[in-house]
Design a protein around this ligand. Structure first.
Ligand code: ADP
Ligand code: MG
Length: 468
C-alpha cells in the first residue's frame, strides 16, 4: 500500500464515519485498507469473506460516494481478502478480549454454509440401541461444548440418520449459543470451495473464513478420499480450529481407518476424539420410526402396515420412509381403509430385491440421490449442472451393470433418455472410477447399500468393505 493510498483511505474513512457513524464504521471498516487505485477502480483489502460480503451488500454505495468526494472520480469498488488484515484483526481482538460482530456474527456465514433441513431435529430423531450413542454424544456436545467429545465423528451406512444428527446438532448448538459462528458444510462443498479458491488465488480468504468459525460441522467426509490437496487443507483447518479449542463434528460412511486413500494424519485426527457408529435400527425402532413419521404426516397407519414396512425395509431408514410414503400416496387414490394386504399389494408394484430378485431402478435412484444429498427428481431431471450429472451417471451405471433391465428401460426411467445416453453415462463412470479412488469407493458403498453385485464383475463380490 503506497502512502498515497494511505492518505486517500484516511480521507475516505473520515467521510464514511460521518455518513454511517463511528460504531458501524468500527464494526465493518476498521480493518480495511486501500490496496491500489487507478483511473477506473479502487481495490479494498478486507479481513475475510464475511466482511467482504457485508461491505458489498450494505456499504458499496457509501464507499463509492466517499471515494468520489475524495478523489473527484466515480470509481468501481472491488474487494480482496487479505490474510494479514485477518491476522491483525484477530490479534487485536485477542489482546483486547474483544468479541465484536465482525468475528461473531449472530447469523452463520450463510454464503459459506450449506442449508439445513428444518425437519432434522433431535426431537424428531427416534432413538434406539443402534443410534443411541451417536445421538447422545451429539446432544451432549451441543449442550456442554465438552472438549472431551471433540472431535465427534459419526459413521455408518447410508440412510441411517448421520445427516439428520448433524443438522440436529447445528440447530441445537445455535439455539443454545446464538452468538457463536457455526459452519455446516458437506465435504463436497468444502472441496469445491477449496478448488475454486486455489484457482482464483483466494486461498487466504478461504482459510481465514473456515478458521474463524467456532464450530465446524462437515458431512460426508468420505468425499475427501483420494483428494490429497483437499485433505491437506482440511487437516490444516482441523488443526487450526482444535488448537484454539474450537469444536469439530463430522460424519461419513466409513470408519476413519477405512476411508480409502485417506492420509494417516487425517485418519488419526478423525479418530482422536469420539467415534460413534450408527447401525441399522432394530425392529422396534423401525416400527417407532414408521409410526412417528405417519403421525407427523397426519396419516396414522394400522399396526399391521407398520409391521410390514419394518420387516420389509431393515437396513435403510430413508427407504423405510420411502415405503411408507409410497403406501400413503397410493392409498390416497383408493377409497378403502388401509390394511396390511393393501399395503403389501402397493409395495409389490415395486421390484424390491426380496420381491423380484433384483433391485428396482427407483431404489437405485433414491439411494444414489441420498448418497449425494439430492432428491430422486433431481437425479432424473434434465438439468445438466455438474453436481447433478455425476450422480445421475453413477445411478445409470449401477442400473446398467447391476440389474437386468434393458438400456431402453433404464433410459425411460431416467427421464426418457435414449439407450445411447445410458451407455455413454456408464462408460464415462467406468473410465472415471479407474482414475478416481473416491468415485470407486462411492460405487462400492452404493453397491453395498443396495445389495448389488455387478453382472460382469465377479471380483466385485466383496461387500462394501469400508462400512464397519
Ligand atoms: P445418512 O446421512 O446416514 O445417509 P440421513 O440422515 O439422510 O442418513 O437419513 C435418511 C432419512 O432417514 C432422513 O429423512 C432422516 O430424517 C431419517 N432418519 C434416519 N434415522 C432416523 C431416526 N432414528 N429417526 C427418525 N428419522 C430418521
Ligand atoms: Mg448423509
Amino acid at each position: 500500500m503506497t502512502t498515497a493510498c494511505v492518505s486517500i483511505w484516511d480521507a475516505v474513512q473520515n467521510h464514511i464515519v460521518k455518513k454511517i457513524g463511528m460504531k458501524r464504521h468500527n464494526l465493518w471498516m476498521k480493518h480495511t485498507v486501500l490496496k491500489s487505485i487507478d483511473d477506473t477502480t479502487a481495490l479494498i483489502g478486507v479481513p475475510n469473506l464475511f466482511i467482504q460480503a457485508w461491505l458489498e451488500k450494505k456499504f458499496r454505495d457509501d464507499l463509492r460516494d466517499s471515494l468520489k468526494q475524495v478523489v473527484g472520480k466515480d470509481l468501481a469498488v472491488k474487494f480482496v481478502v487479505d490474510g494479514a488484515l485477518f491476522r491483525q484483526m484477530r490479534e487485536l481482538q485477542d489482546r483486547e478480549g474483544v468479541t465484536t460482530l465482525i468475528s461473531r456474527p449472530k447469523a452463520p456465514l450463510l454464503a459459506e454454509s450449506c442449508a439445513l433441513n428444518p425437519r432434522y431435529t433431535f426431537k424428531r430423531f427416534i432413538v434406539g440401541p443402534s443410534n443411541q450413542f451417536a445421538c447422545e454424544m451429539a446432544l451432549k456436545l451441543a449442550q456442554s461444548k465438552s472438549r472431551d467429545l471433540n472431535p465427534l465423528y459419526i459413521y455408518g451406512s447410508i440412510g441411517l440418520g448421520k445427516t439428520h444428527l448433524l443438522h440436529a446438532f447445528v440447530a441445537e448448538y445455535k439455539r443454545l449459543h446464538p452468538d457463536e459462528v457455526v459452519t455446516y458444510v458437506t465435504c463436497e462443498h468444502f472441496v469445491n470451495q477449496f478448488v475454486t479458491a486455489v484457482q482464483t488465488g483466494r486461498t487466504e480468504g478461504f482459510r481465514s473464513n473456515y478458521r474463524s468459525t467456532d464450530v465446524l460441522v462437515v458431512d460426508d467426509i468420505q468425499w475427501l478420499s483420494g483428494k490429497k490437496a483437499s485433505q491437506q487443507e482440511f487437516l490444516h483447518t482441523f488443526n487450526a480450529l482444535t488448537s484454539r479449542d474450537r469444536l469439530i463434528v463430522a460424519a461419513g460412511d466409513p470408519y476413519p481407518r477405512n476411508i480409502s486413500g485417506a492420509a494417516d494424519a487425517l485418519v488419526d485426527r478423525l479418530a482422536s476424539g469420539i467415534t460413534a457408529r450408527i447401525d441399522p435400527p432394530d425392529y422396534a425402532t423401525r416400527l417407532a420410526i414408521v409410526h412417528a413419521r405417519a403421525a407427523e404426516l397426519k396419516r396414522p397407519v394400522p399396526e399391521g402396515v407398520a409391521r410390514l414396512l419394518a420387516e420389509r425395509f431393515a437396513s435403510n431408514v430413508r427407504e423405510l420412509e420411502g415405503g411408507l410414503l409410497k403406501i400413503l400416496a397410493f392409498h390416497s387414490l383408493l377409497d378403502k381403509p388401509l390394511n396390511e394386504h393393501m399395503a403389501a399389494d402397493i409395495l409389490r408394484t415395486e421390484r424390491t430385491p426380496a420381491a423380484a430378485g433384483r433391485t428396482s431402478l427407483e431404489n437405485i435412484v433414491r439411494t444414489v440421490a441420498a448418497h449425494y444429498n439430492l432428491t430422486a427428481e433431481e437425479i432424473k431431471s434434465n438439468r445438466k449442472t455438474r453436481s447433478l450429472c455425476l450422480p445421475r451417471h453413477v445411478a445409470m451405471h449401477l442400473a446398467k451393470t447391476c440389474t437386468r433391465y434393458s438400456l431402453k428401460e433404464i433410459g425411460a426411467h431416467f427421464g426418457g433418455r435414449s439407450h445411447a445416453s445410458v451407455l455413454q453415462a456408464s462408460r464415462a463412470i467406468e473410465g472415471k472410477s479407474s482414475a478416481d479412488p473416491s468415485l470407486a469407493e462411492a460405487l462400492r458403498t452404493l453397491k453395498g447399500s443396495l445389495g448389488l453385485v455387478a453382472n460382469r464383475e465377479a471380483r466385485d463380490l466383496r461387500p462394501a468393505a469400508a462400512i464397519t
